[in-house]
Design a protein around this ligand. Structure first.
Ligand SMILES: NC(=O)C1=CN([C@@H]2O[C@H](COP(=O)(O)OP(=O)(O)OC[C@H]3O[C@@H](n4cnc5c(N)ncnc54)[C@H](OP(=O)(O)O)[C@@H]3O)[C@@H](O)[C@H]2O)C=CC1
Ligand SMILES: C[C@H]1O[C@H](OP(=O)(O)OP(=O)(O)OC[C@H]2O[C@@H](n3cnc4c(=O)[nH]c(N)nc43)[C@H](O)[C@@H]2O)[C@@H](O)[C@@H](O)C1=O
Length: 341
C-alpha cells in the first residue's frame, strides 16, 4: 500500500472523498465483520470493553497489541505496525489516563504522552492508506471549567480549562482538531467521541492515581475488611459528576463507527449527575461499610460540575442502558473476583 509520503495534499485513498460533515459512511461497519480492526489500548478500561463488544458482535479479526508489544509513543514502530498490518478500522483507546491527583502531579506526562500516542496513531493510520475509518476518544475535561450545563459540543474552546487537568485536556483537544484537520484536508473519515467519567471492569484501582469511583470502591472495601471506623474522601463532596458504565460507552463507540461520520466530536453521557457525597454514600452502601465518612479539604475538588449534553447522540438513536447502582454493584463484584481474589 502506498504511503501518503511527501505532499500535504496527497490522499492515500484517492478514490474516496469524505465531505466535512453529515456524511453517511460508505463502509458499513457492522456488516464488515471480517475486517481487521485495531483496538489501541485493548487492556485498559475502555479498550477492553470495546474489544469485548466487538467479539460479542461477531467481529473475527480484532487486532491488538499490548503496551510492551508496541509502544505507541514510538513513531517509527507505529508506522511499521500499520504498514505491516493494514487494518481497515482503528479505535484509539490508548492514552495516559488518571484521576485528579495524577493529572495535577504529572502534567508533563499527561500532555506529552497523549500528544505522542494520538499523533502517531492518527497520522500512521492515515498514511497507511488502508484505514477507512478511525475513532478517537477524548474526555469531558476538554470543556471550559465554567461551561454552560449541560455542556453542548459547541462549548469547546469558549473559555479557560479546569487547572487540575488542563494539560491532558489540551492534548485531547489537539486530537479532536487533528481528526477534523485530516477530514478537511484529506477527506479521511476520522471522528471523535467525548465520554463523560467512566467506570467498570478493568478500571485502575490505584489508591491515589485512579478516578474517584474505583478509588472509593477500594478504600471502602479495605476499610470494611480492616474494621476501620472511618473512610477519608477527597475534597468537599459538593462537585457534581456524571458516570457512565464502560459497556454503555463501548456500545456507543460501535454505534458511532456504524452511524456517524461528521466533523464535530460527539458527547457520550448518561444525562444524570450525582454529587461526590452522594456517590460516596452509594459506594459505601454497595460495599457494605458501616463507619463514617471524613472529608479531606486539602484535596482539590476540580471542576464544580460537568454534565454533558448528549442530545446529539440521543437524536441519532443511541441511549445508555446501565443504571449507576446496578453498574456499581457489578463493578464491585468484578473487583472482588479480579483484584482482591
Ligand atoms: N476512564 C475514564 O473515566 C475516561 C476515559 N476517557 C478516555 O478513554 C480512553 C481510554 O481510557 P481508559 O481505558 O480509562 O484508560 P486506561 O488507563 O484504563 O487504558 C489505557 C490503555 O492505553 C495503554 N497505553 C498507555 N500508554 C501506551 C503506550 N505508550 N503504548 C501503548 N499502549 C499504551 C495502556 O496500557 P498500559 O496500562 O500497559 O500502559 C492501557 O491499556 C482515553 O482516551 C481516555 O481519555 C474519557 C473519559 C473518561
Ligand atoms: C474523567 C476525568 O477525570 C478527571 O477529572 P475528575 O472528574 O475531577 O476526576 P476524579 O475522578 O479524579 O475526581 C472526581 C471528584 O472526586 C473527588 N474525590 C473524592 N475522593 C477521591 C479519591 O479518592 N480519588 C479521586 N481520584 N477523586 C476523589 C475529587 O476530589 C473530585 O472532586 C480528569 O483529571 C480527567 O482524567 C478526566 O477526563
Amino acid at each position: 500500500m502506498e504511503a501518503a509520503g511527501n505532499g500535504t495534499d496527497s490522499n492515500p485513498n484517492p478514490n474516496r472523498s469524505v465531505p466535512a460533515d453529515n456524511f453517511s459512511s460508505e463502509a458499513n461497519f457492522l456488516s464488515d465483520k471480517s475486517a481487521k480492526i485495531f483496538v489501541a489500548g485493548h487492556r485498559g478500561l475502555v479498550g477492553s470493553a470495546v474489544h469485548r463488544r466487538l467479539l460479542s458482535l461477531g467481529f473475527t479479526n480484532v487486532l491488538t497489541r499490548s503496551h510492551s508489544e508496541l509502544d505507541l509513543t514510538r513513531q517509527s514502530d507505529v508506522e511499521a505496525f500499520f504498514s505491516a498490518e493494514l487494518p481497515r478500522y482503528v479505535i484509539v483507546c490508548a492514552a495516559k489516563v488518571g484521576g485528579i491527583h495524577a493529572n495535577s502531579t504529572f502534567p508533563a506526562d499527561f500532555i506529552a504522552v497523549n500528544l505522542q500516542i494520538q499523533t502517531n496513531v492518527i497520522d500512521a493510520a492515515y498514511r497507511s492508506g488502508c484505514v477507512r475509518k478511525l475513532l478517537f476518544l477524548g474526555s469531558s475535561c476538554i470543556y471550559p471549567k465554567h461551561a454552560p450545563q449541560p455542556i453542548p459540543e459547541s462549548a469547546l474552546l469558549t473559555g479557560p480549562l479546569e487547572p487540575t487537568n488542563e494539560w491532558y485536556a489540551i492534548a485531547k483537544i489537539a486530537g479532536i482538531k487533528m481528526c477534523q484537520a485530516y477530514r478537511i484536508q484529506h477527506g479521511w473519515d476520522a471522528i471523535s467521541a467525548m465520554p463523560t467519567n467512566l467506570y467498570g471492569p478493568w478500571d485502575n484501582f490505584h489508591p491515589e492515581n485512579s478516578h474517584v469511583l474505583p478509588a472509593l470502591i477500594r478504600r471502602f472495601h479495605e476499610a470494611k475488611s480492616n474494621d476501620a471506623k472511618e473512610v477519608v474522601v477527597w475534597g468537599s463532596g459538593s462537585p457534581l459528576r456524571e458516570f457512565l458504565h464502560v459497556d454503555d460507552l463501548a456500545d456507543a463507540v460501535v454505534f458511532l463507527m456504524e452511524r456517524y461520520s461528521g466533523l464535530e466530536h460527539v458527547n457520550v453521557g448518561r444525562g444524570r449527575e450525582v454529587s461526590i457525597k452522594e456517590l460516596a454514600e452509594l459506594v459505601k452502601e454497595v460495599v457494605g461499610f458501616r463507619g463514617a465518612l471524613v472529608w479531606d479539604s486539602s484535596k482539590p475538588d476540580g471542576t464544580p460540575r460537568k454534565l454533558m449534553d448528549s442530545s446529539k447522540l440521543a437524536a441519532m438513536g443511541w441511549e445508555p442502558k446501565i443504571a449507576l447502582k446496578e453498574g456499581l454493584e457489578e463493578t464491585y463484584r468484578w473487583y472482588l473476583e479480579h483484584v482482591v481474589k
